[in-house]
Design a protein around this ligand. Sequence first.
Ligand SMILES: [Zn+2]
Length: 258
Amino acid sequence: MTDTHSHLNDPKFSEDLDEVVKRAVDWGVGRINVVGYDVPSSVRAVEIAEGFPEVWAVVGLHPYEAERYSDEDLKKLRSLLTHPKVVAIGEIGLDYYRGPADRRVQRELFVRQIEMARETSFPVVLHVRDSFEDVVSVISDFPEVRFVFHSFSGGEREMEKVLPQKNWYVSFSGMLTFLAHVRRAAAIAPRDRTFVETDAPYLAPVPMRGKRNEPAYVKFTLERLAKVWGMGYAEAEKITDGNAERFFLFRKQGIGST
Ligand SMILES: [Zn+2]
């Protein structure tokens, strides 16, 4: 199993990080991505990845940073990309729910990071909140870049926009276990461009809802996906692990690699 999106860099894990990673490994999770949202959390993601062979880092500036980031922050981000355990840029995107009201500044930060991804051949992890149409319009200008819609929360209509784009992937979180419209989208999701995640400590899947989420619980989401796809767990695991392997830049050598 691969938990393609967690925030083990969140303070909620500062007390028991070792146990949380160990539990995930015991439950069969082979890889965990830790995702940043600003410079300190991205640096922290890399530090955690250095400490565990199973953990990898994703670095980026969330739309919340759009009014306060500096060019220096983008430089720092770019330097982190040279680290052997950094596997993608994210989470980046547009947030019309809680992000800055000025949509232009959000778009500027988003585009600057996509351009960095294009120049460096890094894949991109997308944060999309009440902004699906605009995100689609921005990323359509970058057909050569691989994107994943993290914690896909749309329905069939949104999934139908993803289907024709061979470089667009989708990742399902615990929402799949408690939202019927997400399951309907999953039913038609491309089998060769789908994987799973926790978004821990948020969005715990059924039967853990209301608890602090953690990478081990990705198993409940994968179980549900297997059911939606009408296949066994082992087959769904093999498919989604392979898709994640193809999408992220898990390096074959470097610090702590397996
Ligand atoms: Zn996240």
